[in-house]
Design a protein around this ligand. Sequence first.
Ligand code: PEP
Ligand code: MG
Length: 546
Amino acid sequence: MTLSGIGVSPGVVVGQIHRIKHAVIDTPVPASPREVFAALDAVATDLEHASQTVSLDVAREVLGAQAMIARDPALVEAIGARLLDDITYPDVRDAITEAFSGFRDALLSIGGYFAERVADLDEIKDRSIAKLSGADSHIASLKTPSIVIASDLTPADTAALDLNFALALVVEKGGPTSHTAIVARGLGIPAIVGCSNILTVDDSAQLLVDGREGTVIVNPSDDDFASRHTRESALRARAAAVSGPGRLSDGTPIPLMANAGNEQDAIAGVAAGAEGIGLFRTELLFLDRQTEPSVDDQVALYLRVFEAMAGRKVILRTLDAGSDKPVPFLNAVTEENPALGVRGWRLTRIANEVLERQLEAVGIAAQQTQADVWVMAPMIDTAQEAAEFANRARAHGIKHVGVMIETPAAALLADKVIAEVDFASLGTNDLTQYVMAADRLDSRLSDLTSTWHPAVLRAIHTAATSATNLSAPIGVCGESASNPQLAAILVGLGVTSLSMAPSAISEVRGYLAGLDRATCVHAASLVLNASSAQEAKDIASKILGD
Ligand code: PEP
Ligand code: MG
């Protein structure tokens, strides 16, 4: 049996299961208000203790934040108010759940990163109720190397388990920015999130986890393991053998760049050998800002990233606020359908001055740095939008202006859109979501949100061909660039540079160094005629090899 989810950290392992079960309290809990407050206090103390003892930085921060929430007077007051009303809430579980739900809804309505933090809040509630009912919320620590499976891995689990024994993490819920994904990448172990049926697997089963493909094979054969293990070892060996700028075996340069959201990412990019930053996501600097930063503040923030990249290219993206990346000072209005709403460059319709001030700040910062600053706008749909952006950016002295191609409209009409600018960058995360009409954050649709789908590959091909005809560079800065085989297909489709998480650069460099352009073009021409993502992958494996 093969299960699938979203691979969020690569690697292949086989091992026994270590299941994390969170206590489910399904009978009423008799407790006085005093006992409820004592339970909440005890949960906060447990979390504080865990935050002091856990070794992973990311878990320590989340546990500390959770302890603060558990002691938040607003939460305690909300619970207290409901406990007084024992007619509406005869069962204290309902009083507690209802009190948490106000805070929960607030996070969900912000969406994106904040919505994924709902799991942290739910955990405090569940632990409080478990504490009151006397249920054992103790997590058995890992004593032998095992594959950890759970509905979701909470920060408290991370503290209780000894994750040094974790071979891999597979969870039913979660998304690419969930706690499980962050912890796994930090530990360098394979991980899969959104694996819907993982909890149906018997405890006695052996699992093979392929964190690159996002697949779990239950009771695998030796061959299943051997073929995947060979692929991973070959990728690592090739990565170790090649250094320097990205190029194909025939010498064709394919610059390999890093995606960055702040100065630390830029530094990590340089350390990983990135030739520049192919996507500087400026909105990530402002996710927690209630008010717009001044032009001077913005200049200082951008300069920090530029300085880390002195002498190299930086492609800065103007604010892509909205949908999965809401920024409080820009996205105050709740939208029916935020992915299709006023996000990215479309914000000029409601907050034109904010985008104008950003361009002003970028123009000033670009003059003050040794970095080679290029600027692009996200969510461009039409040639008119591209022209408007280009005029406005050039008016601020920005020399290289470009657009992201991440909507089907922009890809289909790329000859007109790219003609207005100097370069383009394919945002394959959104392009895949929009071509397939499948939410990129919904793990139940992970089979649809694959850039390997030939429909998406054809959209990429259309855009890349237009760019080639216009002699305009066209990169890819979506997640797809970090998959070595897919990276080779993208090059075969006409893409001229790739930008990815710094951790992926060396494997992509090593893989591309073993292929010439003719092979990439041949493989690309064949995958365009596949009828499914799986068929496209199989063709790529056959032509390009593992
Ligand atoms: C993309 O859509 O592929 C992209 C790179 O932009 P983001 O993931 O920030 O939306
Ligand atoms: Mg995007």
